[in-house]
Design a protein around this ligand. Structure first.
Ligand code: TRP
Length: 372
């Protein structure tokens, strides 16, 4: 059989392109696959874990074993505030929250307003700070525990610089270039930033001493883990662990949910009911057939259908219910319009709650932000 040749892909923290073959990524990045046993042992019912959105890891077993022995462990994952937040941005935070609930551990959330300022064409300093303030409210709204959750912005919590500097001194330019694919035309802010993100990842240990930290990230962020794990020993620290998520597709079905087309291809957390309805109805890539008659006869393809995928990833935690939607769609009992209605309702329920909690977050923000 003539197997279709996989297109080459490119993955750096700044760019994702080409077809994604996750088995190949595991080999290329030198990470481990999350086994069924490890998955079970993490023991959270979050769809992102049980449905294998998180597919790879580094030393997550070691983190888990310490957590179960009630040793100090922490979780850290960050946000680059380049724009308003959309559903795809929530992935690492949803899992951080589930793990905090289960293990009662500290969660650290660095906000890399500097990163996005350096890297994103046309993003002004003022605007990056504005997004940072807005995104922080979205994150608090997810329900992290006050007193156990530490949020800090690079432009505000400037204490982080002293750690970045110590890491920068241990990192040669050629190492950074090789890991991150830095280009000669990149501004020097961009070339320094890896030391900053490495400082974020070691921050829990600078803050509370040597212990295991788990970093939920998209696989594109793994180069930072390599850098951090190489320098951790210089400071007498543990090598931080990571769990890696697959990319979440955009409404159009593009491999990574990254907003383009004026945001029509993603659901923003501040999209109102009508906008959600229009985006899903018009733009969510469908695995349904062209006509109702044909759909009834041949059935749809849930595996490529974005509405089904979003239910699977975010909005239908009940395995039996999800299976029924899958079967009904595949057999043609459930029409595309009906599937989309299910998703629209779920998203709007979630976003309605989210907006309410984001309002409350404005009063709680002081309990979360770190001060110099
Ligand atoms: N660079 C990440 C992004 O663009 C955001 C980020 C900043 C981060 N610091 C981090 C992620 C530390 C994980 C760990 O999304």
């Amino acid at each position: 059989m003539n197997k279709k040749e996989a297109k080459p892909y490119g993955i750096t923290p700044w760019e994702v392109s080409g077809d994604l073959d996750y088995e190949k990524l595991i080999k290329d990045f030198g990470v481990a696959k999350i086994s069924g046993e490890l998955r079970g042992s993490i023991g959270v019912s979050n769809p992102l874990i049980k449905r294998e959105i998180y597919f790879a890891h580094r030393d997550a077993d070691k983190w888990l074993s310490d957590a179960k022995k009630k040793k100090r462990v922490s979780i850290l994952t960050g946000r680059g505030p380049s724009e308003k937040m959309h559903l795809g941005h929530l992935v690492p935070f949803l899992i951080a929250k589930s793990l905090q609930e289960k293990f009662g551990c500290d969660v650290y959330i660095p906000i890399s307003d500097d990163e996005k300022f350096f890297v994103k064409e046309g993003l002004s300093y003022e605007k990056s700070i504005e997004y940072s303030k807005d995104n922080i409210l979205d994150l608090i709204a997810l329900g992290f525990r006050p007193g156990k959750t530490f949020i800090f912005e690079d432009f505000v919590y400037t204490d982080i610089y002293r750690y970045a500097a110590q890491i920068a001194k241990k990192t040669t330019y050629s190492t950074a270039r090789a890991i991150f694919g830095l280009k000669p035309e990149n501004n020097v802010g961009w070339t320094f930033y890896p030391a900053m993100q490495a400082a974020h990842i070691l921050f829990p240990q600078f803050h509370k001493g040597k212990h295991m930290t788990l970093v939920p990230i998209g696989i594109d962020q793994d180069p930072y883990m390599r850098l951090v794990r190489d320098v951790a020993e210089n400071f007498g620290f543990e090598k931080p662990a990571a769990i890696h998520a697959k990319f979440i597709p955009s409404l159009y079905g593009e491999a990574k949910m990254s907003s383009s087309d004026s945001g029509l291809n993603v659901i923003f957390l501040d999209d109102d009911k009508k906008t959600v309805e229009t985006k899903i109805k018009k733009y969510a890539f469908s695995g349904g057939k062209k006509s109702i008659e044909e759909h009834r006869r041949l059935g749809g393809d849930p595996d490529i259908d974005i509405s089904f995928q979003y239910l699977k990833i975010f909005f239908e935690p009940d395995d039996e219910k999800l299976q029924k939607i899958y079967d009904d769609y595949k057999s043609g009992i459930l029409l595309t319009s009906e599937l989309k209605e299910i998703l629209i309702k779920r998203i709007n329920d979630f976003l309605g709650e989210h907006r309410r909690k984001k309002e409350l977050a404005k009063k709680q923000i002081g309990k979360f932000l770190m001060k110099n």
